[in-house]
Design a protein around this ligand. Sequence first.
Ligand SMILES: Nc1ncnc2c1ncn2[C@@H]1O[C@H](COP(=O)(O)OP(=O)(O)O)[C@@H](O)[C@H]1O
Ligand SMILES: Cc1cn([C@H]2C[C@H](O)[C@@H](COP(=O)(O)O)O2)c(=O)[nH]c1=O
Ligand SMILES: [Zn+2]
Length: 194
Amino acid sequence: MFLENKINTKGKLGWIEVIAGSMFSGKTEELLRRLRRAKIAHQKVEIFKPHIDVRYSHNQVVSHDENSVLSTPVESSGNILLLCSNVDVVGVDEAQFFDNGLADVCSQLANQGIRVIVAGLDMDFKGKPFGPVPALMACAEYVTKVHAVCMQCGDLAHFSHRLSTDEKLVMLGEKAAYEPLCRACYCKATHKNL
Ligand SMILES: Nc1ncnc2c1ncn2[C@@H]1O[C@H](COP(=O)(O)OP(=O)(O)O)[C@@H](O)[C@H]1O
Ligand SMILES: Cc1cn([C@H]2C[C@H](O)[C@@H](COP(=O)(O)O)O2)c(=O)[nH]c1=O
Ligand SMILES: [Zn+2]
């Protein structure tokens, strides 16, 4: 389990944590757990999500188990910088939907002494790196890869298999639209060779 350092000990800078994995792997729950602990420690926390993520709520980060926290929807990563004065911890969910400036924004926040915790899909439904998440994983001090349970065989899953033939990169949805699969079951489902 991830245990946090103390914020800003002896004038040190902040840092970046990334929580990445497939759909249903517990990214949002882990993000909410870390943010809850920061609030218990009386740290000032701000939470952001991309404005296009209206799946459960316009202004809340919500997990598949319906745990939630208020958040600010933003149109671009640059808005996060503008909205982060006097903050100890910044949380970002659904990072895959942000622009490629997100890694730079998170680095700037960390350089200002802020702890930045980012959650997002590392791969899209085709198994390709998704948006700014891979770059963030490269810049982060701490990367936690979480896994779902494969809906076909029960192994660890790290692919998000789309159940429709829709080819759009961005298609919001949950269980009716996607299933988490392990590598073997994903290859079988998408007719890729092992
Ligand atoms: N196939 C699955 N594997 C793991 N968890 C699942 C699965 N299907 C539903 N869940 C539920 O989803 C929860 C994780 O939700 P959430 O944190 O929102 O995931 P993520 O943000 O990674 O999509 C789990 O605690 C579990 O109750
Ligand atoms: C794989 C994949 C997913 N999406 C969408 C589907 C959901 O709305 C979110 C992921 O949410 P979660 O909190 O990780 O469950 O992303 C997409 O638009 N395109 C994709 O390829
Ligand atoms: Zn499987």
